[in-house]
Design a protein. Structure first.
Length: 234
């Protein structure tokens, strides 16, 4: 890359992952002897342009302190909030108060351990343009909308042209994202990801096409797929 800047990342990890039907949150399930969260954190911090990570965990989380990396100098812990947006905002507030030189920040899902370095490079390159953005994948399948009364019945086929799957990391100027999230939450706006807060505040969001391997672990079968992708890395 053509610049020497380093950035921080925020990883919200306070969720419980009910769809996994496991005895612990999905970020603490094991893949190849390490937790999903450890894989994610190690992948991020090993990138040459990421220098620090803030992870937001549940106040009563009994697992985080058991991780080998929990006391690493490159990692800080903050309290997670009720929703993802609250956790992210807590992380941003921490960075703003402890790292005043931080100008841009990446936000990445705890349950996406297969993020690739090339995707990170492409996303971080937005810094030079001054416009934030997200990793995303174009929708390739036929899209169906179900009825409200019976979600198992098709209401209509939706035109997939221009539709994208939003992925993470998402990469924005720290102060702008912090302000957008704070104001959107105060207005009770439904915030599904960081980009939705920036969109609501009137900011343009760049789409950066990312790899299909950057899966989010949400169901049991995803663990096997993530293990396969991780085993293919050189």
């Amino acid at each position: 890359m053509s610049f020497s800047s380093s950035f921080s990342a925020v990883v919200p990890a306070a969720g419980v992952g009910k769809r996994m039907q496991a005895d612990r949150p999905k970020q603490y399930l094991l893949i190849q002897g390490k937790t999903v969260l450890e894989h994610t954190l190690e992948k991020l911090i090993s990138h040459p342009h990421i220098q620090h990570i803030v992870v937001a965990v549940h106040p009563q989380d009994p697992y985080f302190d058991e991780l080998e990396c929990s006391q690493a100098p490159w990692l800080s812990r903050v309290e997670g909030g009720k929703e993802r947006a609250d956790s992210v905002l807590n992380g941003l507030n921490y960075l703003a108060s402890t790292s005043p030189d931080s100008d841009w920040v990446l936000v990445h899902d705890a349950a996406r351990p297969c993020i690739g370095y090339q995707d990170l490079d492409k996303l971080i390159a937005l810094h030079s343009s001054g416009q934030g953005g997200i990793l995303a994948a174009p929708v390739r399948d036929t899209m169906k909308r179900s009825t409200q009364n019976d979600p198992s019945v098709v209401l209509q086929t939706v035109d997939r042209a221009g539709l994208w799957h939003a992925l993470t990391p998402q990469f924005f100027p720290l102060k702008a994202l912090q302000k957008s999230l704070h104001e959107a939450l105060a207005e009770n706006v439904a915030i599904t990801d960081e980009a939705s807060a920036m969109e609501w505040a009137g900011h343009k969001v760049q789409l950066v096409e990312g790899s299909d391997r950057n899966i989010k672990i949400t169901r049991p079968d995803d663990l096997s797929l993530a293990s396969f992708y991780l085993s293919q890395e050189i």
